[in-house]
Design a protein around this ligand. Structure first.
Ligand SMILES: [Zn+2]
Length: 342
């Protein structure tokens, strides 16, 4: 089968013929229809410090996908050949304390699809049945392809109750934009999102952000005044991993404010902890999605009318992966889709 492979420990990706994945007794073999390109995949293509540490070659990339069940292992129940499915990209151990308690998203031995084992940028992918999410309600194929990052957005946005609250999102990449849509849909009063890319801020406006702020020209304190906020933001969703964004956020939170952090900083950095202490701020780290409460929430949010279509800004056949990756690497794009049937 065709697959996009990190073949050598150097920058680049290779479209190659590889053997179809082996389907064990508890596994589901999935014919991949469409995939989403994630920042993770861009890191692996460019072979930066993180990728060199996290990935061994050769490795088939990709963890955002939708596909059709092609075959079932002997022990698989409740999933049928032909079902439309996406996959949870974190494979958990099932044996650690958190897994045994049902808190699988907190597993201490998580393996990433397309990072620690072969992924979904291929004509077929095999996954344990416990990692397969069956789409039982009708769903747009492009949206189904990005359930994994949509899950990051939902998990982060719904980490704290936000009905009637003022929400600040730093970073208008695809996940930040989706989080803005979710926060709006779920009943936040104001949703302010910041970035330095006018194109991405425009996408955030399309999904309903109250204010999309270019922080190269305007400060967040200015936005507070514009919206009539007197005491700061109640909820912060940090999506950028940028030190200056984290500091800005801390500066603009209300006393007792709560911050969910998904943005992954490239290096350690300093923040004013005295401000965090005296403002009594709660900070929660987010990695992945809750299995499977987040997936349930994603499905019902879409059923309830949440519209993610503005987030998807490009679609390519898999043969054109280089152009697709180049577009995904710009600061202008939303989610870029690769079609594996074209
Ligand atoms: Zn575990």
């Amino acid at each position: 089968m065709k697959a996009l492979v990190k073949q050598k420990a150097e920058p680049g990706l290779w479209l190659m013929d590889v053997p179809e994945p082996v389907t064990g007794p508890g596994d589901v073999l999935i014919k991949v229809l469409r995939t989403g390109i994630c920042g993770t995949d861009l890191h692996i293509r460019s072979w930066d410090g993180w990728a060199q540490h996290a990935v061994t070659t050769p490795r088939v990339l990709g963890h955002e996908f939708v596909g059709e069940v092609a075959a079932l292992g002997a022990d698989v129940q409740d999933i049928a050949v032909g079902d439309l499915v996406s996959g949870e990209g974190h494979l958990v151990c099932g044996r650690c304390r958190n897994c045994l308690a049902g808190r699988r998203h907190l597993c201490r031995s998580t393996v990433g699809l397309g990072v620690g084992r072969d992924g979904a940028f291929a004509e077929y992918v095999a996954l344990p049945a416990s990692n397969v999410w069956v789409h039982r309600a009708p769903v747009d194929l492009d949206v189904a392809a990005i359930f994994d990052p949509f899950g990051n957005a939902v998990h982060t946005a719904l980490s704290f109750p936000l009905v009637g609250e003022d929400v600040l999102i730093t970073g208008a990449g695809p996940i930040g934009i989706m989080a803005a849509a979710v926060a709006r849909h779920a009943g936040a009063r104001n949703v302010v999102i910041t970035d330095v890319s006018p194109a991405r801020l425009e996408l955030a406006r399309k999904v309903g952000a109250t204010l999309a702020l270019d922080v190269t020209h305007h400060g967040i304190a200015e936005a507070q005044r514009q919206l009539g906020l007197k005491e700061g933001f109640d909820i912060g969703l940090e999506m950028s991993g940028r030190p200056e964004a984290v500091r800005d956020m801390v500066d603009n939170m209300t006393h007792g404010g709560r911050i969910a952090m998904l943005g992954l900083p490239a290096d350690e950095f300093a923040v004013d902890w005295s401000k965090i202490v005296t403002s009594m701020i709660t900070i929660k780290g987010i990695y992945g999605r809750e299995m499977y409460e987040t997936w349930y929430a994603m499905t019902v949010l879409l059923e309830g009318g949440l519209d993610l279509s503005p987030v998807i800004t490009g679609s390519y056949g898999y043969q054109d992966f280089d152009a697709a990756f180049d577009e995904a690497a710009t600061a202008r794009s939303g989610k870029i889709i690769l079609d594996w049937t074209a």
